[in-house]
Design a protein around this ligand. Structure first.
Ligand SMILES: *[C@@H]1O[C@H](CO)[C@@H](O)[C@H](O)[C@H]1NC(C)=O
Ligand SMILES: *[C@@H]1O[C@H](CO)[C@@H](O)[C@H](O)[C@H]1NC(C)=O
Ligand SMILES: *[C@@H]1O[C@H](CO)[C@@H](O)[C@H](O)[C@H]1NC(C)=O
Ligand SMILES: *[C@@H]1O[C@H](CO)[C@@H](O)[C@H](O)[C@H]1NC(C)=O
Ligand SMILES: *[C@@H]1O[C@H](CO)[C@@H](O)[C@H](O)[C@H]1NC(C)=O
Length: 425
């Protein structure tokens, strides 16, 4: 039995690792001093992780002079948006640029996946101009093609292509959009809007919100369970925890540092949380299947269901389950989840007095009208689409929602198997 579980785990791990990164943009660009500034910004904005986590991608790079002009006087979150427009979600080498059908095309960029790009601002127009020149510009109507292809830097067909262009591609408004300073962001307002009211009330009442707020400037990533997540069967009764335990539980839902989705996807080692108080304590592991990213606590697994905000240095995600750290909930679940409604006398009469007399003969009213299971959510209720959340959800997550349920189930099964195996051994 145990070896079977182990086999299952190994098989599923190999399933996930087949998708492991085939390229490393940081390493590719490190061979070219002309792009050292561009490369440094890819690292600072964590776009490098996003690039490495994807296949079939083209990175349009700028030399140091062009990059320093772009970077001047802009906060990192704005630079990140601008650079996202230089990452094309398709493979273009020099030859393909000159073979574009009808000589012009619009191609999707990473910026389009952020949910920050209204209209077609997340697309880039590539046009084969006369005389062998290829022009690039924003797809927004009326934009000029004032950037052009200068040379090929590196190709790994058909995984990644790196091309140099002469000037930044600027979408209208991308540099002037107000970048809220992280300390101005109202975390509770954002979370309430995203359908995480229960989580908000907990972090406010325990004071953990202040811990979060004091961490924002240095970088903070939060995983906020939806209100549905707190109502799910199997969520422990938080009132049975001590205050200190509730604080640990809430701190377990955040990481120090800015960790956007692409970085989570490329994370292989366990990650520390704000609750971590010693090596290996209160940490999480991440598994990725397609575009679906799942956090594993050792007790349960929780899928990232949406992005509330991704603006360096702050990143807030919604997750579809409460993260249960093994330090607090590591005991194996009791074989039969105590069916309390049946056994414990209900504090309020189940059968109201006005009804009771009609069945006066009956000695035990509770037998006549068995209490309905108190906590099952309405069948078919949307599990993880709280009102409004999905609006600014990254499209890749939205895609993942529909696409990966089978893999996700496998993952949950495997996680459960792993927990069982860990318990047995
Ligand atoms: C492209 O990526 C795939 C999948 O990661 C990998 O198997 C393949 O070796 C890569 N191709 C090259 C030329 O590196
Ligand atoms: C990518 O390359 C850089 C520089 O060579 C290295 O520091 C980094 O660890 C590499 N990343 C991965 C995921 O291998
Ligand atoms: C790209 O831009 C050029 C110049 O503005 C325009 O003529 C062309 O139609 C655009 N291409 C597409 C596919 O929209
Ligand atoms: C943040 O939003 C909440 C509503 O969620 C509001 O009560 C609070 O006053 C706001 N805080 C600030 C500093 O604006
Ligand atoms: C989504 O973002 C836009 C601006 O980028 C904002 O106007 C809109 O209110 C946001 N919607 C939600 C649900 O947060």
């Amino acid at each position: 039995m145990r070896s079977f579980l182990l086999l299952l785990i190994v098989l599923s791990l190999s399933l996930f690792t087949t998708r492991s990164t085939a390229h490393n943009i940081t390493a590719i660009l490190s061979g070219f001093s002309d792009y050292s500034l561009f490369n440094s910004y890819l690292t600072q904005t964590k776009l490098a992780d996003e690039i490495n986590s994807r296949q079939t991608i083209t990175c349009l790079v700028l030399n140091n002079a062009a990059m320093s002009a772009l970077a001047a006087k802009h906060p990192l979150s704005v630079i990140k948006n601008a650079l996202s427009l230089h990452v094309l979600l398709d493979y273009y080498d020099g030859q393909k640029l000159h073979e574009i059908s009808k000589g012009t095309t619009l191609t999707t960029t990473l910026y389009q996946t952020t949910g920050n790009a209204p209209g077609n601002l997340g697309f880039v127009n590539i046009t084969d101009l006369k005389g062998g020149k290829v022009g690039f510009g924003s797809a927004a109507p009326g934009s000029k093609l004032d950037s052009s292809y200068t040379k090929s830097v590196k190709q790994i067909p058909y995984n990644i292509s790196v091309l140099e262009i002469s000037a930044p591609i600027i979408a209208p408004g991308i540099l002037t959009a107000p970048a809220p300073s992280a300390s101005d962001v109202n975390i509770t307002a954002l979370l309430e809007k995203a359908g995480c009211k229960t989580f908000v009330s907990l972090i406010v009442s325990t004071g953990v919100l202040k811990v979060y707020q004091s961490s924002v400037e240095k970088g903070l990533t939060m995983f906020a369970p939806s209100d549905e997540a707190f109502k799910a069967p199997g969520v422990p009764d938080l009132s049975k925890l001590t205050n200190a335990e509730v604080v640990s539980l809430l701190q377990y839902h955040a990481l120090a540092g800015y960790t956007p989705i692409g970085t989570l996807k490329t994370t292989k080692d366990p990650i520390s949380t704000l609750a971590t108080n010693g090596a290996g304590k209160y940490d999480l592991t991440v598994t990725t299947a397609g575009d679906s990213v799942t956090l594993n606590t050792g007790v349960d697994a929780s899928r990232i269901s949406g992005t509330v905000i991704d603006a360096t240095p702050l990143c807030i995600f919604t997750v579809d389950s409460v993260l249960l750290p093994s330090e607090l909930f590591g005991k194996p679940p009791s074989p039969a989840p105590a069916p309390e409604p049946v056994l414990s006398p209900s504090p309020t009469p189940v059968v109201s007095p006005s009804i009771a007399p009609k069945s006066a003969k009956a000695p035990a009213p509770s037998i006549l009208s068995p209490p309905a299971p108190p906590m099952s959510a309405p069948e078919g209720a949307p599990a993880d689409s709280p009102d409004g959340t999905s609006e600014n959800t990254t499209s890749e997550n939205a895609a993942g929602d529909g696409r990966a349920p089978a893999l996700f189930k496998t993952l949950v099964t495997v996680s459960a198997a792993f927990a069982a195996w860990a318990f047995l051994s």
